[in-house]
Design a protein around this ligand. Structure first.
Ligand code: CA
Length: 227
């Protein structure tokens, strides 16, 4: 899952980025409102963490302009503690949640999981595809009881495929969700990672769980009793 963090305080921004990367998110930072809006308008994110007081353009203006442009990405506003007016303004402008500063990282991570669940058809913290299970809290995968360790990138890729199981995903769609925006579209890195993921999750399967769709991309397919 790809997250945009718009926060001008370097220390806070780096604290969030570091923590989210440990939670296996792909994180991009913007340190002012104008850059934040530009990145949000031109890239896909699964969620945005948005500070209110920002140089260039404040968080409320950024949110309003983004929503006016039809971008419905879930937004968590980072507001000042005790400032009811800010929270109400943010929610009325289309924020999905708010988090008063200072916050604990655990709470930030839980709220993020919560808004991501709301926008996903899967409402639990465990994603399933046949006998393959991905635990989005512990970041471990399991297949037939066997624990599978994943790197950050492998995890991000697998989570995206599982949240969209049975759907054909183009390479460019996968890129938009799992890689950073300065990624080279000509690179074959997705194929390399799919291969790595397959070697970890597939075991003597007659039909692969991750199917290659020639000329398009990939699909993680749920096994049926006919398989
Ligand atoms: Ca600020």
């Amino acid at each position: 899952m790809r997250i945009l963090v718009v926060e001008d305080e370097k220390k806070v921004a780096n604290f969030i980025k570091h923590g989210l990367e440990e939670e296996r998110y792909i994180v991009e930072l913007a340190q002012d409102g104008i850059t934040g809006l530009d990145i949000a308008m031109n890239n896909h994110f699964d969620a945005i963490l948005l500070d209110v007081m920002l140089p260039g353009k404040d968080g409320f203006t950024l949110l309003r302009e983004m929503r006016d442009a039809g971008i419905s990405t879930p937004v968590v506003m980072l507001t000042a503690r005790g400032n009811v007016e800010d929270r109400v303004t943010g929610l009325d402008l289309g924020a999905d949640d708010y988090l008063p500063k200072p916050f604990s990282f655990e709470e930030l991570a839980a709220r993020l999981r919560s808004i991501l669940r709301r926008s996903s058809p899967e409402k639990t913290t465990k994603l399933r595809c046949g006998d393959l299970i991905l635990d989005t809290v512990s970041h471990l995968a399991y297949r037939q009881g066997r624990e599978i360790e994943l790197t950050t990138k492998e995890y991000a890729l697998m989570e995206y495929l599982m949240r969209n199981k049975n759907r054909i995903l183009s390479r460019s769609t996968i890129t938009q969700h799992v890689w950073k925006h300065n990624f080279d579209p000509e690179s074959n890195i997705i194929d390399v990672y799919i291969k790595r993921l397959r070697s970890k999750i597939e075991k003597d399967d007659i039909k692969p769980i991750i199917q290659s769709i020639r000329g398009v991309g990939y699909r993680m397919r749920e096994m049926t009793s006919d398989d």
